[in-house]
Design a protein around this ligand. Structure first.
Ligand code: ACO
Length: 324
């Protein structure tokens, strides 16, 4: 027998305010046609004044606990993947922990920008398999609207706010590829690219929060290669191929990056979960949001083989192959 990290349920939360491309075009020099054609984004959700990353995270966590049919008191590990914490410290995870009424176990934030959920899944999987914890909440929660330069049309049209969460449990199992759980994860980073996508402020450098800056063409140039390389690592580790996947749940940055990766890997486009049109890029929240949507509408079911991938600032990138 071996310990496997099994996803018991997923939940999500999106702020109520929806901002369409046409609405954005009233305040920045852009158009619905330009945004849609270059990114696939039609609209995004934006947090209300005073609505914090932890507020989004708590709501997503509550939905995940309900979907998993487990009590908050059974959670002994909370990891919040975010680049937009409520404060520099404490971790937003401890605010989520307190908001859920949990006083035991551990809670911490994880920062890998858009790759945060995949890095978080790998981290939680390792901690559960080491026997340190029994049942975890992994949350991706972001309020990117707070770090955007709303006068910069090259970045402000791309992002949105939201949160997604999963409950992950350590289960004793035979540990075959057909058994449920995280089968393999592969994480990478290369700091030589750090200035291609970054925030121009921080506690140690400027003592300000700063704004997101990006060389879009450079990000695009590297994204498909990095994503497909790390997915191939997952195939090599498990013996599975693109044809074996039931679903592909990519980080939702840009429709063209997703389509390019799908084409290069020879994946069936009908097996790709797309939410970027409705959510924009919600960074670490995008994968659990997409997972939550596809479980709720009946596409992703227990036993399905699902590939997650992400790439983001740093650069960081990674893949995770999961039997749901
Ligand atoms: N509306 C209208 N015009 C715009 C806008 C806009 N919102 N933004 C830029 N333009 C203009 C530019 O000023 C430029 O005009 P010019 O030719 O007169 O100079 C023109 O459109 C073309 O600009 P490019 O930057 O060359 O446009 P490109 O085709 O590269 O598309 C984009 C830009 C969509 C950002 C693309 O580079 C891209 O998708 N990059 C990946 C970035 C990404 O997805 N980042 C997410 C974070 S990273 C991650 O999560 C993986």
């Amino acid at each position: 027998m071996t310990i496997r990290s099994v996803i018991l349920g997923a939940g999500c939360y999106l702020p109520s305010r929806v901002v369409t491309n046409d609405e954005l075009a009233k305040t920045v020099d852009t158009s619905n046609e330009w945004i849609l054609q270059r990114t696939g984004i039609r609209e995004r959700h934006i947090a209300a004044p005073g609505e914090l990353t932890s507020d989004l995270g708590i709501k997503a966590a509550q939905a995940a606990l309900a979907a998993a049919k487990v009590d908050a008191q059974s959670i002994d590990l909370i990891v919040v993947a975010t680049s937009t914490p409520d404060n520099t410290f404490p971790a937003s995870a401890v605010t989520v922990q307190a908001g859920l009424g949990i006083t035991k176990g551990a809670a911490f934030d994880l920062q890998a920008v858009c790759s945060g959920f995949v890095f978080g899944l790998s981290t939680v999987d390792a901690l559960l398999r080491a026997g340190n914890f029994k049942r975890a909440l992994l949350i991706g929660a972001e309020t990117f609207s707070r770090i955007l330069d709303w006068t910069d049309r090259t970045t402000c049209v791309l992002f949105g706010d939201g949160a997604g969460a999963v409950v992950i449990e350590a289960q004793d199992q035979p540990g075959q590829m057909t058994d449920r759980g995280v089968l393999t994860t592969h994480l990478r980073s290369d700091g030589r690219h750090k200035l291609k996508l970054y925030v121009d402020g921080g506690p140690s450098s400027t003592q300000t929060v700063g704004h997101l800056r990006m060389e879009g063409k450079e990000v695009f140039k590297h994204a498909v290669t990095m994503i497909t390389d790390v997915i191939r690592d997952a195939f090599a580790a498990t013996g599975y191929t693109a044809q074996d996947l039931d679903w592909f749940v990519p980080h939702q940055a840009n429709r063209r990056i997703i389509d390019g990766s799908v084409h290069k890997l020879g994946l069936d486009p009908a097996k790709v979960v797309i939410t970027v049109d409705k959510h924009g890029n919600t960074s670490a929240a995008s994968i659990p949001l997409a997972l939550c949507v596809a479980i709720a509408d009946g596409r992703i079911k227990q036993g399905d083989l699902v590939m997650f991938e992400a790439m983001g600032g740093g650069f960081t990138w990674g893949s995770a192959l999961v039997r749901m």
